[in-house]
Design a protein around this ligand. Structure first.
Ligand code: SF4
Ligand code: SF4
Length: 92
């Protein structure tokens, strides 16, 4: 299991011109603009989980990217916005 970045579409301000995460992601063809939805989009098969995109998005006060666990086969374990619920489950 490892973590990848996921953009929360409702919080992403790409439609207003933000491209910070796309500029800073060190992996080629990993974080792109989805031009039909006008949001940043992570290709999880290329994401290395470095969290740099989270840092720059949070620094700009957009808070639109969160890390999500994926299984060894590359399947997202929790859907967007469900990380807290997953953590709560582990608390027993
Ligand atoms: S830095 Fe955040 S708000 Fe800006 S494009 Fe990336 S996900 Fe969207
Ligand atoms: S976690 Fe790192 S590799 Fe993954 S999308 Fe963000 S900046 Fe790119």
């Amino acid at each position: 299991m490892y973590n990848v970045a996921q953009v929360i579409d409702e919080k992403c301000t790409a439609k207003k011109g933000c491209r910070l995460c796309i500029m800073y992601c060190p992996e080629a063809n990993c974080l792109d603009l989805n031009s039909s939805k006008m949001v940043a989009e992570v290709h999880i098969d290329r994401c290395k989980g470095c969290e740099l995109c989270v840092v720059v998005c949070d620094a700009a006060k957009h808070n639109a990217i969160e890390m999500q666990a994926v299984s060894a086969t590359g399947q997202l374990i929790a859907k967007k916005g469900e990380s807290a619920a997953l953590g709560q489950a582990y608390q027993g």
